[in-house]
Design a protein around this ligand. Structure first.
Ligand SMILES: Cc1ncc(COP(=O)(O)O)c(C=O)c1O
Length: 429
């Protein structure tokens, strides 16, 4: 088959046309049709191989076609049980709960199907917990503090706590009672906090906002303020959790334990799953019937998530992420020292961002990396090239990436940016 006119390309053309006609216009997809994956590589319908530094926006931590995940899926499907409902027990819920509680330092877990659902559960818990404290005679209100440049998902509560106006405004009125604070501004936090606040919402490493870590001082101040009133410190680890930063949760880099945390993206190796975890104190607020989900915590997702955690432990992937992540960041910093177009390199482990001075150049770099170098990454916050590779990526693949970035930046310095035909909007998630 030739590269553009063959049957496989026709599949792409037909797929694109059908999607454009049939799907709600929520996504601006890149013109690539993936047909298979292996390790840290994806293959398109024309046989091109791409080094994947995005892993499905932070989902496929163990990459593609991983034998441990495949085995867990095959073993579970062999039982015939894909779903049983939350009215009954199955084999994998409690054993997965034990593992998640151990790695997060929490006491209880609620299983769901996505990040935004986990975050909604956390918000509902915060309101319910404050209600319980009020019944017990404490003075505590219903308002929440969230951070500028935060991203917590797309459902109504999640968008209400997500900073960017374009995610909230079309859907007004969203959940009331949320105030946004400048991230890492301790004074602003102290002056906004009062007994009216039931939760402080923090991404310990902001993802969609452009890879910004919380400062030790700010996180510690939030912890102390919550302790002073009984408000909940809620840490969103949907993007940064499950090993991505070289620890199970990014908050573990700070030695600060939140009251509530949320996990999702890589939890079940590519199957949809979310989890909200909390302390026993917070969990007192929820009684049967107050919250739930049909699909959450089903046997297939739980079996796979259990296998993912075991594999991360057995192969010491936290150590690997920390090691290869610090190599990656050091190489990116060397690149930044060579190229004035890079403003800053940020991040921890394998959650990294390269902030460019120009959003046009960031857009062009992302597209040229994808289509010329066949390296997948994305752009967030307009100027930031974001790297969320599978945990399995090696130093050799980092070197390959650095060489590709270096070549494109040199070309840009010699010729100026190409006419940017890819400006578009940065892709979020
Ligand atoms: C920090 C954070 N919270 C919440 C979400 C929402 O997760 P989901 O898209 O699975 O609903 C995301 C998704 O990117 C995220 O990065």
């Amino acid at each position: 088959m030739d590269q553009l006119g063959g049957a496989t390309h026709m599949n792409f053309v037909a797929t694109e046309a059908a999607e454009q006609k049939l799907l709600l216009r929520t996504y601006d997809r890149h013109p690539i049709l993936f047909t298979r994956g292996e390790g840290v590589y994806l293959f398109d319908d024309q046989g091109n191989r791409y080094l994947d530094l995005l892993s499905g926006i932070g989902v496929c931590g163990l990459g593609y076609n991983h034998p441990v995940i495949n085995k867990a899926i095959v073993d579970q499907t062999a039982t015939g049980l894909l779903h049983t409902s939350n009215l009954f027990f199955h084999d994998h819920t409690a054993s997965l709960a034990v593992k998640l509680i151990e790695i997060t330092g929490m006491d209880r877990v609620f299983f769901c199907n996505s990040g935004t659902e986990a975050w909604e559960a956390a918000l509902k818990l915060a309101r319910a917990h404050a209600g319980l404290l009020r019944k017990e005679g404490k003075t505590i209100g219903t308002r929440m503090l969230a951070m500028e440049h935060s991203f917590h998902g797309r459902t109504m509560g999640s968008v209400a706590t997500t900073h960017k106006q374009k995610y909230r405004e079309p859907f007004h009125p969203v959940m009331p009672g949320v105030e946004f604070l400048p991230f890492n501004d301790v004074e602003a936090l102290r002056s906004a906090f009062s007994q009216d606040i039931c939760a402080i919402c923090i991404e310990p490493l902001q993802g969609e906002g452009g890879i910004h870590p919380v400062s030790q001082e700010f996180f510690a101040a939030a912890r102390a303020l919550c302790d002073s009133t009984g408000a909940l410190l809620v840490a969103d680890e949907i993007q940064s959790g499950m090993g991505r930063t070289g620890k199970w949760c990014a908050y573990q880099h700070y030695g600060i334990q939140p009251d509530v945390t949320t996990l999702a993206k890589p939890v079940a190796g590519g199957l949809p799953m979310g989890a909200m975890l909390c302390t026993e104190e917070a969990a007192r607020a929820i009684t049967p019937g107050m919250h739930g989900t049909t699909f959450g915590g089903g046997p297939l997702a739980c079996a796979v998530a259990s296998a993912v955690i075991d594999e991360i432990k057995q192969s010491d992937l936290l150590g690997h992420v920390a090691e290869v992540g610090s190599y990656f960041v050091s190489q990116l910093r060397e690149l930044a020292a060579k190229h004035a177009a890079i403003a800053e390199v940020r991040g921890t482990g394998l959650m990294l961002g390269v902030d460019m001075h120009s959003s046009d150049l960031a857009g062009e770099m992302q597209q040229r990396m994808m289509f010329e170098k066949r390296i997948l990454l994305n752009r967030t916050s307009e100027t930031v090239l974001r790297f969320l590779p599978p945990f399995l990526i090696t130093r050799q693949e980092v070197d390959f990436t650095i060489t590709a970035l270096d070549e494109l930046l040199k070309e840009y310095e010699e010729n100026g940016a190409k006419q940017n035909t890819f400006a578009g909007e940065a892709v979020h998630g």
